[in-house]
Design a protein around this ligand. Sequence first.
Ligand SMILES: CC(C)(COP(=O)(O)OP(=O)(O)OC[C@H]1O[C@@H](n2cnc3c(N)ncnc32)[C@H](O)[C@@H]1OP(=O)(O)O)[C@@H](O)C(=O)NCCC(=O)NCCS
Length: 336
Amino acid sequence: MSALPSVLIRSLGVHTPARRVTNEELSLTVETSDEWIRTRSGIGERRIAAANENPSDMGAKAAAQALERAGLKPTDIDLLIVATMTPDLTFPSTACLLQSKLGLRTDIPCFDISAACSGFIYALQVGTDMLRGGHYRRALIVGAEKLSSVVDWKDRSTCVLFGDAAGAAVIETSDQPNIGVLANLLGADGSNAELLYAVAGGSAKPASAETVAAGEHYLRMNGKEVFKLAVRVMASSCEQVLKEAGVSSDEVACFIPHQANVRIIEAVASQLGVGMERFLLNLECYGNTSAASIPLALEQAWREGHIKHNDLVLLVAFGAGLTWGATLIRWYEPNR
Ligand SMILES: CC(C)(COP(=O)(O)OP(=O)(O)OC[C@H]1O[C@@H](n2cnc3c(N)ncnc32)[C@H](O)[C@@H]1OP(=O)(O)O)[C@@H](O)C(=O)NCCC(=O)NCCS
């Protein structure tokens, strides 16, 4: 057994923008239909942030809820990691903006992680390892996205899929053995970067009147290829993490998959030989919220009582990069 200290999720919080955009509403502006979007993706509506509602604002609200539910103050936090592919600004980090909005201490590290839809799992692992290193006791791990700002609202093949949201977890070390994060896996394949990317807006091709006119700052995606790779890497990530932990898929109480497409999730479930009733689905209400997707789904599973003390929970995601990751958790319920 590992001699490393346990790191557990003590609390979760979420924030979703008030504005709901249904498939019917989208069909008024692009040539699509509720039937097409539901059949191909499982999405029914998504939340869209207000112009002045940025990832640092949504993330601060989600984090404040997580702190309140844990009975903690902002000053109790020793480390902040924000996962986002839609940072408020190119620099400084969204984490620094969120730190200030939430009133976290100034003697703590605050930084962003860029791993697209796998971002929360990446950030959770980095945070877990930093806590295990012994310098920090408690961290906030936040996934916050405003995908509506990078989506081309005239491109029906992408705009129907994404939404805005934030989710946050308070993680902390514990003396109890065999609880919290048990095993994890992270991976990436940059040779597939152009399957899902934005051409302009970075230093390789800075934003200009020409790039904006050409729509090069918008998200571009090869949906079919991403679909195939997503099924493969999500299924194999689950298998590898379960093997590392010496656990069978039958023992997992709840799977929390990245909420990109219900058909991807169904294919992963089928490859693992697991019934869909053990997969938390909420993409019908929120669409793909990238780094916010996993904490949003995990918080729902926790709040609705789908996961209980000592249950095994498996988080799994993939995203632009390509990136992927999976984390197996033995759930700790403080209020049991
Ligand atoms: C995008 C996705 C839903 C498309 O589903 P699909 O079954 O592959 O659909 P296709 O690409 O075969 O498109 C079929 C047709 O529907 C059309 N279409 C695309 N979007 C449409 C929309 N919103 N409404 C109506 N028709 C649409 C296409 O133009 C195409 O028409 P054509 O056959 O005349 O060329 C699917 O590929 C997917 O979800 N991929 C993964 C994307 C993802 O998860 N990205 C995030 C990664 S984190």
